[in-house]
Design a protein around this ligand. Structure first.
Ligand code: MTE
Ligand code: MO
Length: 366
């Protein structure tokens, strides 16, 4: 008996920065919903803005010293949209999460404000992706044993910050990951990718932070030497006290948990409340989830939805008997298959990445 009346526009992700269209999924829009996030509720994260790519002239262009004959950027191996569609297709449900998801809580819970988009917990989602394995395309392009890094580049506008043009959004993947489970996806939830999510083709890199999953892919450099860009040297590294001077590269996502409730939530007094939520980790499936409704003094095991066992995220429920009207705080914490859990406080870092702390979710019972 949740207070549905407080949900205003459940279908619309909330806009955080208007210029580039960064918008986060509203967790209340997922209350009791299915495993995947409907496309119109999925978060959007753009460094500049969504380009409209003409699929008829679009080409995937592979080049570099890791390919047979070392094709150059100006004379690459090319595939068009129909070529990709003709290659063996695979379908997978995978989770996509921004490295900055939860960043807002570094400021609100830990007095450690950082720059960057102030995401709550909604810069995450699971979708059904269909496409071709990156490994298939690399082999068609003449991959050699010399290849060490694969760097896809987006066709969105060049990213200018502080008056400096950093070029197109690009970030390299080590060849091991590139050949493992990475997809070049052309469908999301059974339809062609929408423009905001990377039409015509994007990467989907399961378990790794969102920036790995480059949208609107055009050129792909395959190199026999390591490849660097601001997106793996300057951003998406852990900087600050306790980290090396040149930072630690961020690759996999951390453990998080969220209630499928508005922020703040309101629930009616005098009834038991069935709390719904989800937990996830870039390391692999979730093993256990616990919920506390008494400021962390005691924890009860949540019931895990068996349909999600081994999946990209785990839905769960827990029953709460509110002690009475007033302001309460809900907490959830999960443990993943590697034993990684959620600390009371996340490790601070200058750019506000990988928030894995336990979130204090305010609820008014009235
Ligand atoms: N790819 C390009 N070309 N440009 C971008 O700005 N943003 C990245 C990634 N791929 C980005 C990109 C980041 S930071 C994230 S979190 C995901 O896309 C978000 O994917 P979504 O907008 O489909 O949710
Ligand atoms: Mo991101």
């Amino acid at each position: 008996a949740l207070a549905e009346a407080t949900i205003v526009k459940p279908l619309v992700p909330s806009l955080l920065t208007a210029r580039d269209g960064n918008a986060e999924m509203r967790w209340e829009a997922m209350a009791g919903q299915g495993y995947v996030v409907p496309t119109d509720r999925f978060f959007v994260r753009n460094h500049t803005h969504t380009p409209l790519v003409d699929v008829d002239t679009w080409r995937l262009r592979l080049f570099g010293t890791g390919l047979r004959g070392t094709p150059t950027r100006d004379d690459p191996v090319e595939f068009d949209y129909a070529d990709l569609r003709a290659m063996p297709a695979v379908q997978t449900s995978a989770l996509l999460e921004c490295a900055g998801n939860g960043r807002r809580f570094f400021a609100s819970q830990q007095a450690h404000p950082t720059p960057g988009v102030p995401w709550g917990l909604g810069a995450v989602g699971v979708a059904r992706w269909r496409g071709v394995r990156l490994s298939t395309v690399l082999r068609h392009a003449g991959l050699t044993d010399a290849a060490v890094d694969v760097q896809p580049e987006g066709l969105d506008p060049e990213y200018v910050t502080g008056g400096v043009n950093l070029g197109r959004v690009r970030r390299s993947l080590p060849i091991g990951k590139a050949l493992d489970d990475v997809l070049l996806a052309y469908e999301m939830n059974g339809k062609a990718l929408p423009a905001d999510h990377g039409f015509p083709v994007r990467l989907v890199v399961p378990g790794w932070i969102g920036i790995s999953s480059i949208k609107w892919v055009g050129p792909i450099e395959v190199s026999a030497t390591a490849l660097f860009s601001p997106w793996n040297t300057r951003f998406y590294r852990m900087f600050g006290p306790g980290h090396a001077a040149d930072g630690r590269l961020v690759t996999t996502s951390v453990v998080k948990s969220a209630f499928e409730l508005p922020w703040d939530a309101r629930v009616p007094a005098g009834v038991d409340v069935l709390l719904h939520g989800r937990s996830w980790s870039g390391n692999g499936p979730i093993r256990a989830v616990e919920v506390s409704t008494d400021d962390g003094a005691s924890w009860q095991a949540a019931d895990l939805d068996p349909d999600d066992a081994g999946g990209a995220w785990q839905r769960w429920t827990a029953v709460w008997h509110p002690p009475g009207p007033g302001r309460w705080t809900l907490r959830a914490r999960a443990t993943d298959v590697t034993g990684a859990g959620q600390p009371d406080e996340a490790g601070p870092n200058e750019l506000g990445y990988l928030f894995d702390g336990i979130v204090r979710h305010p609820v008014t019972v009235a």
